[in-house]
Design a protein around this ligand. Structure first.
Ligand SMILES: Nc1ncnc2c1ncn2[C@@H]1O[C@H](COP(=O)(O)OP(=O)(O)O)[C@@H](O)[C@H]1O
Ligand SMILES: [Mg+2]
Length: 321
């Protein structure tokens, strides 16, 4: 394997190990987060309160040597509350820019569906351009700026559901489920034993495995991961099949194909390989398609959801060998 790719795989494996000192279970959410971070994309995170959404991002930031901020979205949140604003300085008789919380590396945007669309748009624009413009001056954000936007599944649509076109800007959707019984027992024991997961972070027992500047350098290594033409055709066919499925009103667009390709390469690297396998693609299909596919209302009422649709699509398309 190429030397830089080796280094990347090594860092990913170390990161998983450090994160596991804090986060119990949640293996797929951890991997999906790493995939988004190392492909320079953004993620939607769905899960009820208390499943460690915030703690996961905090732990990843610490492990990867990155800055971290959080914004709670509310109905009265203004675009300037997130991107920043010019404030008049009386002493100096001039306006000074006060940067908003987007000036960070990892940003957790909690309950994004609670803020009006103007504020959501400001965030989405910052995500896409990695810069913000305030009073005609443009400021660059971190090249590694990564948004983790959370949604609570109970009030899923919320007051201001994200429009489909905007959801498409998120590479994938991470579902964080409640821990299973064994994991919850483990969590309960740690809390009783004065070893709460978050205290591993504050005690300093979680190591920082790299610096933020390493991230951009290692990211380039993903270009070395081979995707055979049959596999490219395979993932194109999967995305195209969403547009023809009976239960689907609007299928996934070409951004889904691109996301699936990039994410599959990162998933291969995460598993120490310099080539993509059909399984890399298959595990990513649901997280990548879920928020991009609009189901027909009549099917939605019957409780149809993405899981069986993904299963049917994967069953129908021959797996390349
Ligand atoms: N899988 C888990 N691993 C470790 N701690 C967990 C886990 N699930 C819940 N917790 C505990 O629950 C707390 C709440 O987590 P938090 O990140 O604030 O949740 P959320 O952001 O999803 O509402 C954590 O600080 C931790 O003590
Ligand atoms: Mg939280």
């Amino acid at each position: 394997m190429n030397q830089m790719l080796d280094e990347l795989s090594e860092i990913l494996i170390q990161t998983r190990a450090q994160v596991a000192k804090v986060i119990i279970g949640q293996a797929l959410p951890v991997d999906l987060s790493l995939i988004a971070i190392f492909t320079n994309q953004h993620v939607l995170v769905e899960g009820v309160p208390g499943v460690a959404k915030t703690l996961l991002v905090k732990t990843l930031a610490h492990t990867l040597g990155a800055q971290f901020k959080r914004i709670q979205f509310t109905p009265d949140l203004m675009p300037s509350d997130i991107i920043g604003t010019n404030i008049f300085n009386l002493q100096r008789n001039e306006f000074n820019f006060v940067p908003g919380p987007v000036f960070t590396t990892f940003l957790i945007a909690d309950e994004i569906n609670r803020a009006p669309s103007k504020t959501q748009s400001a965030l989405l624009q910052a995500m896409q351009e990695r810069q913000v413009t305030v009073d005609r001056t443009t400021y660059d954000l971190s090249a590694n700026f990564t948004v983790f936007a959370t949604q609570n599944p109970i009030e899923y649509e919320g007051t201001y559901a994200l429009p489909e076109a905007q959801k498409d800007r998120f590479m994938l959707k991470i579902r964080m489920n409640v821990p299973d019984r064994e994991e919850e027992l483990n969590l309960a024991e740690r809390m009783l034993g004065d070893d709460a997961p978050e205290s591993a972070l504050s005690r300093g027992s979680v190591e920082t495995v790299m610096s933020e500047s390493t991230l951009s350098r290692l990211r380039a290594a993903l270009n070395q991961v081979l995707v055979k033409p049959e596999l490219i055709a395979y993932l194109v066919d999967i995305v195209r099949a969403t547009r023809k499925h009976d239960s689907v009103l609007v299928g996934a667009g070409p951004r889904a194909t691109q996301a699936l390709l990039l994410a599959s390469r990162a998933h291969a690297a995460l598993n120490g390989r310099d080539y993509v396998t059909p399984d890399d693609v298959r595990v990513l299909v649901q997280p990548i398609l879920e928020h991009r596919v609009v189901l027909r209302p009549e099917f939605e009422i019957e409780g149809a959801e993405i899981v069986p649709i993904v299963r049917q699509i994967l069953e129908k398309i021959p797996v390349p060998r």
